[in-house]
Unconditional design. Structure first.
Length: 95
């Protein structure tokens, strides 16, 4: 995918769903391309930072060959953590 407008549209869809129980699937729109997914992630990271959310770190998933195979990837994936995602050690996470 090379259409910048499509990236922005997908990013907006994900932001609207943020905090809700369910998000509309976007993987098909991205054609399974991890690089395109990271473009969308960067758009949202920049928007959330502009909205005042404080970037506090990063998360990594699928760091083992077994988990990568299970989820159909061949490399770890990463994402951004913001301050409003943090909880105190020992705290109960609402579910």
């Amino acid at each position: 995918m090379t259409d910048p407008t499509a990236f922005v549209t997908i990013a907006e869809r994900l932001r609207r769903a943020s905090g809700n129980d369910r998000a509309d699937p976007v993987a098909e729109s991205l054609g399974g391309n991890i690089d395109d997914a990271y473009v969308v992630q960067a758009i949202n990271r920049q928007q959330w930072a502009a909205d005042g959310r404080k970037l506090t770190g990063y998360k990594v998933a699928f760091s083992t060959a077994e988990s990568q195979k299970l989820f159909g990837t061949n490399e770890p994936v990463y994402g951004t953590l913001f301050g409003d995602m943090c909880v105190e050690s020992g705290a109960t996470i609402p579910g």
